[in-house]
Design a protein around this ligand. Structure first.
Ligand SMILES: NC(=O)c1ccc[n+]([C@@H]2O[C@H](COP(=O)([O-])OP(=O)(O)OC[C@H]3O[C@@H](n4cnc5c(N)ncnc54)[C@H](O)[C@@H]3O)[C@@H](O)[C@H]2O)c1
Length: 276
């Protein structure tokens, strides 16, 4: 038997390595963003952890450096044009480049229906979830274009792909429309920058509990939380919600050369939620 049987002549697991690359993750202080930052560092990237809450970004950096990685904490409001410009300039000044941008920072407001929603909630959410993605990407591109190389990963949501039943009351139109906008942004930018060697993809997570995203809409009691979780399990083909750590593999795939011909795609990570 040929001892190379079953092996690709060219494929190497090193395609997933990010040694020497510089990554910037927004909203890296807690939740999915911390998972993304730690994942990129584990794969060898130098990681800037940016968050509006500086103390949490510092804690993510502490965890990365304790594991032997290289990271820098920055404070940023992704909706603030000057702060975003400074964040990207500081990234380049500190680590000498910017190869990977993960637009992860996002918020959710209470899940009120359209006719009940305060205009302030609409505006506040879109400033972060939509304007923030635009500002961070706009600021990062001038650092990627001259090198003809770059990866942008936008964190959308299954809520950007379809409506969510009011029986699982955790999603409002400001949130869904912002994530649909992120998906449209991803596809248009992929079309514009494909020939510049810059890839854009979106992850559409389903329900990954244990983060702070729902803090403004927390169910009123432990019993209500249990009922909510049970409803999510019931409505998901795999019969459970996701663990934030399970997103690490998909994020690394999209960030690395393992996905070198993938751009403009939206990949749901949802236990089959969007499959039926
Ligand atoms: N957890 C899920 O099930 C889920 C599902 C679908 C999509 N998402 C998306 O994933 C992303 C991360 O969500 P999460 O669940 O980890 O939420 P989270 O609330 O736990 O974390 C969000 C982080 O973003 C930061 N942030 C908020 N506003 C910011 C701003 N203006 N500037 C900079 N940083 C800011 C917060 O301080 C926090 O550290 C969001 O875009 C969210 O919409 C999450």
């Amino acid at each position: 038997m040929n001892n190379t049987a079953g092996k690709s002549a060219k494929f190497s697991l090193d395609l997933f390595r990010l040694d020497g690359r510089v990554a910037l993750v927004t909203g890296a202080g807690v939740g999915l963003g911390r998972v993304f930052a730690c994942t990129l560092a584990t794969a060898g990237a130098k990681v800037v952890c940016a968050d509006i809450d500086f103390a949490t970004a510092q804690e993510t950096v502490r965890q990365i450096t304790a594991a032997g990685g290289l990271a820098l904490a920055l404070q940023v409001d992704v909706a603030n044009e000057d702060a975003v410009a400074n964040m990207v300039a500081d990234t380049s000044a500190h680590f000498g480049a910017l190869d990977i941008l993960v637009n992860n920072a996002g918020i959710a407001t209470p899940p009120l229906r359209v006719h009940e929603m305060p205009v302030a909630d609409w505006d506040r959410l879109h400033r972060v979830n939509t304007r923030g993605v635009f500002l961070c990407t706009r600021a990062a591109l001038p650092f990627m274009l001259p090198r003809k190389k770059g990866v942008v990963i936008n964190i959308a949501s299954i809520a950007g792909l379809g409506g969510v039943s009011p029986k699982t009351p955790a999603v409002a139109v400001n949130y869904s429309s912002s994530k649909a906008a992120v998906i449209g942004f991803t596809r248009q930018a992929a079309a514009e920058y494909g020939r510049d060697g810059i890839r854009f993809n979106a992850i559409a997570p389903g329900w990954h509990l244990g983060t702070q995203l729902g803090r403004e809409a927390a169910p009123p009691s432990e019993q209500a939380i249990q009922a909510f979780a049970a409803a999510l399990n019931e409505a998901t083909p795999m019969g459970r919600t996701g663990d934030p750590e399970e997103l690490a593999g998909l994020l690394l795939y999209l960030a690395s050369d393992a996905s070198s011909f993938v751009t403009g795609q939206v990949i749901a990570h949802d236990g089959g939620w969007t499959a039926w």
